[in-house]
Design a protein around this ligand. Structure first.
Ligand code: PNS
Length: 166
């Protein structure tokens, strides 16, 4: 029996924290689907296509990871894609309250379980929002995103400035 997990998120853009979780989940499950939310109410910095492309590039080394997009409810995506469990990374206690609420609601709506993985402490302070803020002002991004994601961020903000020296 194949056990499949979904890692949902906005991934605007994917960070090293996300990639750490994806790699660790890929080593525990037969199949992993990274699902990018298409949110019609919220424009991201990156288009959904750009996020998918960056994710596909950065997860290409994992043979059991697929990257997909979804609209609407995550439980409907799980049902349509034969996903057994939702996996979320928890960075801090502050993440927990909302994540618990969503996990319980998803359990109730779709009978899909959510498993939480603690984020590697090296990445526990990372968030896509903070990274965009730093990139916007040309700040250093070393240790937060991959070189390809950094290049994409620098190009979005119209800067070729290697502010962090690499
Ligand atoms: O990276 P994010 O923005 O924190 O991810 C949030 C996400 C995509 C996991 C969450 O917003 C979600 O699952 N949205 C899909 C809509 C849905 O199913 N809502 C009900 C949750 S109980």
């Amino acid at each position: 029996m194949t056990v499949s997990a979904v890692i949902p998120g906005s991934f605007d853009p994917v960070t090293l924290g996300h990639l750490d979780i994806i790699g660790r989940v890929a080593s525990q499950f037969d199949r992993v689907v990274v699902a990018v939310l298409e949110n019609p109410r919220k424009d991201g910095l990156f288009t959904v296509e750009e996020r998918l492309e960056l994710l596909r590039t950065e997860t290409a080394s994992h043979g059991n990871v697929e990257v997909d997009r979804f609209q609407g409810l995550l439980v409907d995506f799980c049902a349509a894609h034969d996903v057994d469990v939702i996996v979320k990374g928890l960075r801090a206690v502050s993440d927990f309250e909302y994540e618990l609420q969503m996990a319980q609601m998803n359990q109730r709506m779709g009978e899909v379980e959510t498993l939480f993985l603690s984020t590697n402490p090296e990445h526990s302070y990372l968030s896509s929002s903070l990274i965009k803020e730093i990139a916007r002002w040309g700040g250093p991004l070393t240790g937060t995103v991959t070189p390809a994601v950094e290049a994409a961020l620098r190009s979005k903000y119209g800067s070729t400035d290697e502010a962090d020296g690499g």
